[in-house]
Every structure is written in structure tokens, then in C-alpha cells.
Design a protein around this ligand. Structure first.
Ligand code: AMP
Length: 584
């Protein structure tokens, strides 16, 4: 029996209608248990608005004008009218839903849509390339719209437009999987499986087919990126020693995190967002081939651009030029030579090392890598002596590092989670600033005077991993040079949406809204209670949230971070608590 696509979209409607995580979970459980296990992976991807996890690089996005054209010839409504609908409704999916009503009288021979058929056509749309591909894509979309109900059309069009955001956080999906196919006690193991495979659809299918016993099968695989281990922050060495005792300190390099999967005939490089970036760094690939002494392995490190004359590190932006740049690679390599500083080893010659201690993993890393000019191990100091660390910290800053990361010697590699096994200690803390935070642009206020024509300030939000929403923490208007400022509207254009995204929680009205996609690094002086901003609402004080005071843009577009990698509300609360502790 094939599954009706209508069943999916009915659940999407219910999910869209509730902000409550528990209710969402219930709806998802109902969905997951009602579809046959063999298509559950596809159902999960469709629900996330994807075809596959991001590391497959399979993108569905169809240009807006092709969608409008397709709607025109499936409904018989003119292009102008469709565009008017789009303006009225503010969303191409809602416009399609309305437009399709017109079609209903004419399509007598509709063949109800199944999940398999919708997914199949989406896949073909993503795969179509070369001459004639635009027509083919439109034809594939038209086929679906011809047979769709109004509600189905809404979600089909949202999906192909890349705007399928019904606001479900990964953690909510995991909760629902635990309820549907396992016991509460195994919830964390499901999260771990997700962190190792980075693929919710695959984990869901495994659970549906094999129940929780299937979890035993989840191991590291060469070629499948693992979700990165993340760090907490503390603002004094005393606190770090209190937490970790004797521990390892490493330079905190300021570059791009790279996870390298090395086998005998292939090397794959993944970014922190788990995108495959192998093609952008052929020099790292060949340097790793040269240095790696094992047969196969997974190693992790930070790629940093280096000034070959002085040996100092260059700013992060120099590397970001390289990203997405496929032409002129040779020139780019010379302009921005990159050195890889390895700091972890997750797999070596058939053995998973995730559960081994840092000390052992580091030993294995040392044995597997012969250091050269382009591949080095991170500089590390194991100590419990504060003065020694202070000197080491200064050294890190002198060569262009950001500070240090302290690591618990006996800790395993905990994929995908932020924890106290790794703690960062950065130079901003010394200057009495709060740490930099990575915030998501969710809105903008129109500029006046000198800023007419561009934005006066951006409305910035932190990510709330508890409910998968974005909560505002500041208006950001300083730190932009004139060129950046003038370029911002263009840069944000593709993310512009007519109304506040359902995932954004804001008490502030903005003149422009954006879907939460773009992450900027921001430095503030302090975290204060706020009657307006919605981050940590009611947490520190009833009827108040937390805000960043005197925020300024540091100049860094964190292209290596997705919106869910932004600083979380929980981190902001922790930063606030630390700051209050220091004050008292
Ligand atoms: P942040 O993005 O500020 O939370 O800092 C964490 C990031 O620092 C990691 O994701 C890495 O990309 C980077 N990093 C730099 N040096 C190291 C190191 N020695 N060990 C671990 N992570 C490092």
C-alpha cells in the first residue's frame, strides 16, 4: 500500500498551527507510526523540507519564476494574477494553494498523490541539469500540481521553493522517534545515533524497521560526517581548573573546522555544517595524503590561512573567500595557503575511538600523522599550573590565535553536543567583554539619514534549542563599514520574507523580515535583562528576557554556521550567570 501525500500535509497543518513542542511531538508520533517503515526516511526528509541530509548536496530549490510559470499553465491563471496573489499572501505556497482552487473544476482525471510519487518527482527535479532541464523541472512540478489538492499544492510549492519551514527542531523529531519506536530511556541513544550518522531519516527508518535493538548498528562510517563536539565557555582560568583539574590546553585556531575522512582511495572533507567541501581544498587533500600514515581514519582539525613569510595566521575571512570558489583554485591556493591543525582522531584503521579518552585519541592521532608544513597537530600543553597557562594564552594570541580551549583529559568524543569537557577561554574575556556570540539575522529596520536605502539596524536572535525557535537579543547597528552596510540589502535579499517567520519569537516590529539563515558574529559589553527581547523570557526574571548591550558586528559573517549552530538561549543564560558571579 502506498501512502497518500495528503496524510502528510494534514499533519503539517496541525504542526504549523501549534507553537507547543509537546503537541508537535504528538502529531509527529502519529505521522511516524502511520506510514510504512520503508518510506519513513523519505517522510522525515520531506518534513524537514529536504530530499536528503545536507552532506549529500542535493538541493531542491526551484527558481521562483519557474514556479510562477508552472502555476500559470496548470491553473490557467495569468502570471500577473499569480504575482498579485503572491504579494497578497506573502508566501508562494499560500499563493499556490489559492491558485489551485481554480484548477479543481478542470482536472477531472486526477490521480491521488502518494508520498513515493512526490518524493520521486522532487528527486528528478533536483537531478535535472543541462539543456532542457528547466522545462523538465517545470513539467515534473506540473505533473504533481495537476493531481494535487489545494493543501498538497501549498506544501509541494513550499518544498520546491525551499521555504518549507514548519518549525520542527531536530530535538523534537528525536523525542517523537523515541515515543514512536523505543522507550523513554533510550531517547539519548537515539540522539547519539543521530549525532553519529547526521541523518534523521536514516535513524528513523532503522528504528521503525528494527526497534531500539537497531541502535546497536549505529557506528562511524567513512564518508558519513559525524556531528561535531562543541565547547562551553568560562571566563577565568580558576573556574576552568575547578571544573577540569589538570587538563589539556590547546591553541584556539581561528579558521574553518574540517573533518577529514581518509580511506585508501578517497579523502572527503566536511565543514562544521557537514557540507562536503573537498573540492574547495585540494591542497588539504594532498597534504593529508602525504601526512597520514594509517590506512584509513577520521581526523578533525582547524584549517587556518597562514602568511608564509611571517608564519602568522591570517583573518578568518581570508579562508571564506575560498569557500564556494571552484574556479581559479590554483590562484586561491597561492593567495591563501591553508595549514591544517589537527586536534582529534575519531577513527583509525578499523577502530572507532569516540569512547576512548582524549589522552588516548591524541596518542593515536600522533601515531597516524607525520607533521609537515601543511598538516600539524594543534599546539597543546597539559598542566595544572595557572601561570604556565597564562603564558601559553599570550603565545596563542601572539601568533593570531583566539585564545585557548581547555579539554578534559579523560573525556570521550561526545558528538553533536556542547559540554564541559571542552571549554573555551578567549581574549575578549580578559578585556572585560562578554564573549562573541553568533546570532541569526531575523529582521531589519529601515535606515534613515545617512543610512537611507539600506538598513538602520538588524534584529538579531539566538537559537532556542528547547523549542527550535529564534528569540531576539539585540538590534545591531554598529560595527559595519560603509561598504558592508551598503551591500547588506543585496546580500540578504534571497532570505527576505513578507512577514515574521513562524520560528521567530519577537516583540519588536521590524520593517523587513528574513528567514533565519544568516549568522553574524557579534561582540557586546554585557548581558542585561530586557523588557523587550524574548531570549530566556521569564527565566532570569518574570516578564523579562535577556539582551546583549552595545552590540557590535565583528566583521565576520559566520558562513560556516547554520542557524541552528548559532549561540543558544541556554548559552546566553549561562553567560549572564557567569557575568553576575564575577560582578558580585
Ligand atoms: P566557537 O565556534 O567559538 O564556539 O569555538 C569552537 C570552535 O573552535 C570549534 O568548532 C573549532 O572550529 C575551533 N577550534 C579551534 N581550535 C580548536 C582546538 N584546538 N580544538 C577544538 N576546536 C578548535
Amino acid at each position: 500500500m502506498e501512502t497518500a501525500y495528503e496524510d502528510l500535509v494534514r499533519v503539517y497543518e496541525k504542526i504549523e498551527g501549534t507553537p507547543k513542542r509537546l503537541e508537535m511531538t504528538d502529531h509527529l508520533v502519529e505521522l511516524f507510526t502511520s506510514v510504512p517503515p520503508e518510506i519513513l526516511d523519505k517522510v522525515v526528509y520531506l518534513t524537514q523540507g529536504k530530499l536528503l541530509p545536507d552532506f549529500y548536496g542535493k538541493e531542491l530549490g526551484l527558481a521562483g519564476k519557474l514556479i510562477v510559470k508552472t502555476l500559470t499553465f496548470t491553473t490557467g491563471i495569468g502570471e500577473e494574477e499569480i504575482l498579485t496573489l503572491l504579494r497578497e499572501k506573502g508566501d508562494i505556497g499560500l499563493a499556490a494553494q489559492e491558485a489551485i482552487e481554480n484548477k479543481k473544476q478542470t482536472a477531472l482525471f486526477a490521480n491521488p498523490l502518494t508520498v513515493e510519487r512526490v518524493y520521486g518527482n522532487f528527486m528528478k527535479i533536483a537531478d535535472a541539469s543541462g539543456s532542457g532541464s528547466q522545462d523538465l523541472k517545470m513539467k515534473l512540478l506540473a505533473e504533481l500540481l495537476h493531481d494535487s489538492t489545494q493543501l498538497e499544492a501549498k506544501y509541494i510549492v513550499k518544498s520546491v521553493a525551499g521555504s518549507m519551514r514548519i518549525g520542527i527542531a531536530d530535538l523534537t523529531m528525536i523525542d517523537a522517534l523515541a515515543v514512536a519506536f523505543a522507550t523513554k530511556e533510550r531517547r539519548d541513544d537515539i540522539e547519539r545515533a543521530y549525532n553519529v550518522w547526521s541523518d534523521l531519516g536514516r535513524v528513523a527508518k532503522l528504528l521503525a524497521e528494527e526497534g531500539e535493538a537497531g541502535l546497536e548498528k549505529v557506528h562511524l562510517e567513512l564518508g558519513t560526517p559525524i556531528r561535531a563536539m562543541l565547547c562551553e565557555r568560562l571566563s577565568s582560568l580558576d573556574e576552568i581548573f575547578e571544573k577540569l583539574g589538570e587538563c589539556a590546553f590547546e591553541y584556539k585556531y581561528d579558521g574553518l573546522r574540517i573533518q577529514a575522512h581518509i580511506s585508501e582511495d578517497e579523502i572527503n572533507l566536511f565543514s562544521r555544517r557537514l557540507e562536503d567541501v573537498t573540492e574547495q581544498f585540494p591542497d588539504i587533500v594532498s597534504a593529508l595524503r602525504e601526512s597520514f600514515r594509517g590506512k584509513e581514519g577520521i581526523v578533525e582539525g582547524e584549517a587556518v590561512p597562514v602568511n608564509m613569510v611571517t608564519g602568522k595566521f591570517l583573518p578568518f575571512q581570508e579562508v571564506s573567500h575560498r569557500r564556494g570558489r571552484i574556479h581559479d583554485l590554483e590562484k586561491a591556493e597561492k593567495e591563501y595557503p591553508v595549514r591544517l591543525f589537527l586536534f582529534d582522531c575519531l577513527h583509525l584503521d578499523g577502530e572507532d575511538l569516540l569512547d576512548e579518552t582524549l589522552t588516548d585519541r591524541r596518542k593515536k592521532l600522533g601515531s597516524a600523522v607525520e607533521e609537515g608544513d601543511d598538516v600539524r597537530l594543534s599546539t597543546m600543553l597539559v598542566t595544572e599550573n595557572k601561570e604556565e597557562v597564562e603564558g601559553f594564552f599570550q603565545e596563542s594570541l601572539e601568533i593570531g590565535g583566539e585564545g585557548l580551549i581547555a579539554k578534559a583529559l579523560d573525556s570521550p568524543y561526545v558528538a553533536g553536543t556542547r559540554g564541559w569537557n571542552w571549554i573555551k577561554f578567549k581574549k575578549e574575556y580578559e578585556e572585560g567583554m562578554v564573549d562573541t556570540v553568533d546570532l541569526v539575522i531575523v529582521g531589519a529596520l529601515a535606515g534613515r539619514g545617512r543610512r537611507a536605502g539600506t538598513y538602520g539596524a538588524l534584529l538579531m536572535a539566538a537559537y532556542d534549542a528547547e523549542d527550535g525557535r529564534y528569540k531576539t537579543v539585540c538590534k545591531l547597528g554598529t560595527g559595519f563599514d560603509d561598504i558592508t552596510l551598503a551591500a547588506i540589502p543585496d546580500r540578504l535579499e534571497e532570505h527576505k520574507i513578507p512577514a515574521k517567520d513562524p520560528k521567530v519569537v519577537s516583540n519588536m516590529k521590524a520593517d523587513f523580515w528574513f528567514s533565519p539563515e544568516v549568522v553574524l558574529e557579534v561582540l557586546g559589553t554585557e548581558i542585561t535583562r530586557s523588557p523587550v527581547h524574548t531570549a530566556a523570557w521569564d527565566v532570569v526574571e518574570k516578564g523579562a528576557g535577556l539582551a546583549i548591550r552595545f552590540p557590535r558586528f565583528t566583521g565576520r559573517w559566520r558562513e560556516d554556521k547554520g542557524p541552528e549552530d548559532a549561540t543558544t538561549v541556554k548559552e546566553i543564560v549561562e553567560m549572564y550567570e557567569q557575568q553576575e558571579k564575577v560582578k558580585s
